[in-house]
Design a protein around this ligand. Structure first.
Ligand SMILES: NC(=O)c1ccc[n+]([C@@H]2O[C@H](COP(=O)([O-])OP(=O)(O)OC[C@H]3O[C@@H](n4cnc5c(N)ncnc54)[C@H](OP(=O)(O)O)[C@@H]3O)[C@@H](O)[C@H]2O)c1
Length: 233
């Protein structure tokens, strides 16, 4: 990302109430950026806004609901302008089960959040980034966006879709913007505990340890990375 001063740079992140999203908020704030973040858990969003007052902005938004995303994007950009870095981080994983045992309702929810939710966020933030002619869009993928395992088929399907969606988006963006599908690696969060089990998950780094590597890496992304499937080193 090109920088003049970090102070006026805005990072927008979905899914900031726990896990990687929360660790990125803390990392970007330490690095001197302004942050706007969302999640569904109102108590955690309120805590964040109390802890990190304006100009930082934390909002209760369900990204699966386009009208909520539309209002959120308009309000954030009204006061702060277009994001310099837009991070589609929010996602859900299905409860471990073979595909034929996943209900239609659970399957739809995973698609609505992981895939359609990310598209809603892009639909409502990207036009202002394009008009300003700068910015980087990072869509969180997964190792399971490039490989598969049993019992996580709905999640794999959405993350493979995120790879394709992001690469097509990269072909559409005008010069100076970039879109990147990013595999964060394997990190001990509630999501990992759900699919690996708490004991196996505990062998992996914490979200805070991960953010120490991830935040500088995210800040290094620019047009030259457009369309590349990347992994946090
Ligand atoms: N942890 C890993 O090892 C790993 C590996 C590969 C990829 N990833 C990817 O990294 C990203 C973060 O994962 P994580 O491990 O930090 O997961 P996590 O601990 O489960 O956190 C997910 C975050 O997304 C938010 N979220 C979920 N549904 C939402 C919705 N409809 N609207 C708004 N926010 C929503 C949650 O907040 P609320 O519940 O408050 O809404 C929460 O803040 C995901 O895209 C995941 O697929 C993680």
């Amino acid at each position: 990302m090109t920088t003049h001063t970090t102070k006026n740079k805005l990072v927008v992140i979905t899914g900031v109430t726990r896990g990687l999203g929360l660790a990125m908020v803390e990392g970007f704030l330490r690095a001197g950026f302004s942050v706007a973040g969302c999640g569904r858990s109102a108590d955690r969003i309120n805590q964040l806004q109390n802890e990190y007052p304006r100009p930082h902005d934390f909002a209760v938004v369900d990204i699966a609901d386009e009208s909520q995303v539309r209002r959120w994007a308009a309000r954030v950009m009204d006061s702060r302008g277009a994001p310099d870095l837009l991070i589609n981080n929010a996602a859900l994983i299905n409860r471990n089960a073979p595909l034929w045992q996943v209900s239609a309702e659970e399957f739809s929810l995973i698609v609505d959040v992981n895939l359609k939710g990310a598209a809603h966020v892009i639909r409502h933030f990207a036009p202002a980034m394009i008009a300003r002619r700068s910015g980087v869009i990072v869509n969180f993928s997964s190792g399971w966006g490039r490989s598969t395992d049993a019992e996580v088929a709905p999640y794999c399907a959405t993350k493979w879709a995120i790879e394709g969606l992001t690469q097509a988006l990269a072909q559409e963006l005008p010069a100076d913007l970039a879109a990147v599908p990013l595999n964060p690696g394997i990190i001990n969060t509630e999501m990992l505990q759900s699919c690996f089990g708490p004991e196996n998950a505990s062998a992996y780094p914490t979200a805070r340890e991960w953010a120490e590597r991830a935040v500088p890496f995210l800040l290094s992304l620019n047009r030259s990375h457009n369309g590349q499937s990347l992994t946090v080193p």
